[in-house]
Design a protein around this ligand. Structure first.
Ligand code: DLL
Length: 431
């Protein structure tokens, strides 16, 4: 659903709306949430200092660790009676961050997810094959509410049982596929083994997110699944999926700015960066009721794209994520993002988008091994060619990363597959 009244709003009108909403939000948080009152008091700001959207930089930033400290209900801005649903972040260590939704928040979620599905022109004539996990993870239900709002058919198949998924994808004629990018490749792989011809299925578009993926991986997915692949972004702390999404132009993700106000800051200093500069994305929820969030540091790294988008939406676009501040590996003092490694690998012929990065420490030295899967054709090649290919990838990685890595080509299908978010990095140093 392309909601022109909000998604194509004039920039001036949008800024006025954002300012109004921010002022109201700050008032509510100050009154209702001691956690935020305390933060504002120690920063020496209060509701009277916030009148327009530019005033946002006076307000304190919020981190995930701070939010965890007030688990489970310390961020509620309404009476608990108003809450109708809860999701939590997926971290495996420590307490999770809680997103508590009122009825209006669930409606808002449905609305932003209807816009997300609308980016791929989803209408009530579509069947959404929803293979994101249902549960505390927000992917499954987020897509579900969006599809319901549009009136499309939603198949709530969730993750796993891939052969059955393929049968149902074919039988129910799914036109829109929603799952993690890595799971879409597993569908493609098992589909090939089971002799499905994706070009004969009805799939038209896929909305993939929840984990990092590259342009190279997009090409692979589009070819293998015979669909147009769009990048969708979100996080539990804000609402789940539905924060930003690519349109069919495939040139950056529009952030739903009328409800989620984005900023880019320097992760070191916390200062706001000028448009176009790369840094950490910070998001404020302008209209959420249950657990509204003020200037949340997402740890995700990106930059805004300038210029108008041909689709007609006026909401700012962000570049697909470049990494996370806490994903960054420091190898012998050099900063390395897994995304940089994926970008190099995906440019090499014969390599599958399946890889794992193993980091270890031998004596005082960090070592990096990159295991990369070959496709069947390369696999049947002679040993000496494979050894040369390993060396070639090592030097391609060296010229991007400036560190030496050991590349090991591994057999097709030997890297563990995931039904949700893929695990790309195994860092044995921290074990
Ligand atoms: O992953 C919400 C979601 C579900 C988004 C389905 C898209 C589709 P969390 O589990 O809280 O929520 O994880 C959020 O995942 O901060 C990013 O680091 C990463 N992430 C989400 N979308 C993308 C994307 C969901 N399109 C964290 N590209 C975020 C890269 C992504 N990373």
């Amino acid at each position: 659903m392309f909601d022109k009244s909000s998604e194509a709003m004039g920039r001036k009108e949008l800024a006025a709306l954002q300012g109004e909403r921010l002022a109201k939000l700050v008032e509510t948080l100050y009154k209702k949430v001691p956690f935020y009152k305390k933060k504002m008091d120690s920063a020496g700001v209060g509701p009277k200092d916030v009148r327009k959207i530019e005033d946002i930089t006076k307000l304190p930033l919020t981190t995930k660790d701070e939010m965890r400290e007030v688990y489970p209900y310390g961020l509620l801005a309404v009476d608990k009676k108003e809450i109708v649903e809860i999701h939590t972040s997926t971290g495996t260590t420590g307490k999770p961050v809680v997103d508590a939704y009122t009825r209006a928040d669930v409606d808002l979620w449905g609305e932003v997810m209807a816009r997300t599905l609308g980016m791929g022109d989803t209408t009530r004539d579509d069947t959404v094959h929803n293979a994101y996990g249902y549960g505390l993870f927000t992917g499954g239900l987020g897509v579900h509410y969006g599809a319901q709002k549009i009136g499309a058919i939603v198949l709530p198949i969730s993750g796993g049982n891939t052969k059955r998924q393929l049968m149902m994808l074919k039988d129910f004629g799914g036109t829109v596929l929603t799952c993690t990018p890595s799971y879409s490749l597993l569908l493609a792989e098992i589909g090939r083994e089971e002799k499905y011809d994706f070009s004969q299925l009805k799939l038209r578009v896929g909305l993939f997110g929840a984990e990092f993926w590259s342009e190279g991986m997009r090409k692979e997915i589009e070819e293998k699944l015979s669909l147009k692949a769009l990048d969708i972004y979100g996080l539990t702390e804000i609402i789940g999926p539905g924060v930003a999404s690519e349109c069919l132009e495939q040139n950056g993700l529009h952030i739903f700015e009328d409800v989620f106000y984005p900023e880019i800051i320097d992760p070191e200093t916390g200062k706001r960066l000028p448009a176009g500069e790369k840094g950490e994305l910070v998001v404020t929820t302008l209209t959420k009721e249950g657990t509204p969030v003020l200037r949340y540091r997402t740890r995700d790294i990106t930059h805004f794209l300038t210029g108008q988008c041909a689709c007609g939406r006026t909401h700012v676009r962000m570049h697909r994520l470049l990494g996370r501040t806490d994903d960054m590996l420091i190898i012998r003092g050099v900063n390395v993002f897994p995304s940089q490694i994926e970008n190099v690998l995906m440019k090499i012929e014969g390599v599958e988008p399946q890889y794992q990065i193993l980091v270890d420490r031998k004596g005082a030295l960090d070592s990096v091994e990159v295991r990369v899967e070959m496709n069947e054709t390369i696999f049947s090649d002679e040993m000496k060619n494979l050894a040369k290919m390993e060396k070639d990838i090592e030097s391609a990685l060296y010229s991007t990363l400036n560190i030496h890595t050991v590349v090991k080509l591994v057999e097709p299908k030997s890297i563990p597959r995931s039904e949700g978010k893929a695990k790309r990095v195994v860092d044995k140093r921290s074990l």
